[in-house]
Design a protein around this ligand. Sequence first.
Ligand code: NAD
Ligand code: UDX
Length: 464
Amino acid sequence: MKVKNICCIGAGYVGGPTMSVIAQKCPEINVTVVDLNEKRIAAWNDKDVENIPIYEPGLSAVVEDARGRNLFFSTDVDEAIDQADMIFISVNTPTKTYGIGKGMAADLKWIELCARQIARVATSDKIVVEKSTLPVRTAQALKNILDNTGNGVNFQILSNPEFLAEGTAVDDLLKPDRVLIGGDLDTEKGKDAMQALVDVYAHWVPQTNILTTNVWSSELSKLTANAFLAQRVSSINAMSELCEVTGADVNEVAKAVGMDSRIGPKFLKASVGFGGSCFQKDILNLVYIAKSFGLNEVADYWEQVILMNDHQKRRFAANIVKTLYNTVSGKKIAMLGWAFKKDTNDTREAASIYVADYLLNEQAEIVVYDPKVTEEQIYGDLDYLGSRPDEENRKLVKVVNTAKEACSEAHAIALMTEWDEFLEIDWQAVYENMLKPAFLFDGRKLLDKHKMKDLGFKFYAIGN
Ligand code: NAD
Ligand code: UDX
């Protein structure tokens, strides 16, 4: 079968960019992205394409190309489901904050709501594609709901996890290392559904990069990939602490280790800790799944990746306090960067939130500058932790529009995100406008240690 109409439920960091690229590359397929969030949909439809709700290099050009032609954003979920022959579910699956599995399991509430809505609305056969990251065997639950509450139509469930990273989403979508499609390989209908999705991607992805598996392998591969990637970051971060006490330099160690072709050079950058909406959530979910099967050693092994990451964030903040003569009370600390990595406006689980919270508990005054994150978002992130009254966050934290302003009269700078523009800062001028001694803590190993020391900074970098 040839897919003519696609609906994607969820216009977020995955649904938005993924569907924009599919629409651009498949002009004969109509793609409608729907969401309950009216503000988000209005932003996707904003006349000025620079105002789309997600900042990703290259994304606005893709949206401009396809929007209104065969790419549509809407809040009418029922209509889009009804018209579609293929429905992607790309809604959020955050860590549960209540009940059984609180703090570990993935909350599948929104997934189930989508399944029930699809079942209620659909009056013709549909291929339902899991795009969200889901616990292994979720497809079974989806199938049960669809088959038991639907109108007697046929539903084929596929798993098609998304591997894009934020900040490089468009490039990752245009040139994916692989596209993974899991489905029912034992029936003709299952195989046809898989082929229909393969044909969509084959518009621009070489066949050799499209991998088909059974549905459980596909679901589990996504959690596994994120666990492996996060494990590499925690491994190099563990070494960064050892470097700091032995005089080794973590960048040199990473380079030497990464040149071993069996290890490879990527994902060995020591940092103040990984953030983002995926790594922590997906590993916690993996730990929960392992525990629920009684695999306690497996669970403990992966949990350590998270414990190491928490330690890395905490020790970065603790080092600031210790270095500033054991007190930051009433001192101004400039935080450069708030996003969890460069080239995104996403702040979910960003290390900056936890470092700021730690310093605020020590009564510091914080001034934040991030080129893409709004003031509203920064306060929202701090308020969400619930560590102090919201008004207090607004009193102790200021958000400004330039790095220069943030650093003026500061006791210390904490560099939290590796934005390219921080390399271009006039560090000499920044130094002159700070209180002395001027402390600079580089949480990304972005800056040149010798240059910063020559300018007069008391300079500390992760892993050095
Ligand atoms: P997101 O929060 O940015 O977007 C999800 C959207 O779904 C929200 O706008 C929400 O309003 C909408 N939504 C929720 N329930 C709905 C419903 N019943 N009907 C209509 N809309 C609904 O999330 P995201 O970052 O795009 O992640 C989505 C999924 O993709 C998650 O499972 C995540 O783990 C996975 N994933 C994310 C990334 C990433 O880099 N962000 C990468 C790979 C996979
Ligand atoms: C990740 C996965 O890479 C992607 O495949 C998946 O689809 C979603 O989760 P993302 O979280 O968007 O993507 O960004 P990623 O580049 O993986 O970075 C995650 C965090 O790890 C960031 O905070 C980043 O700064 C940090 N990181 C990454 C390091 O500290 N060191 C590294 O070497 C790499």
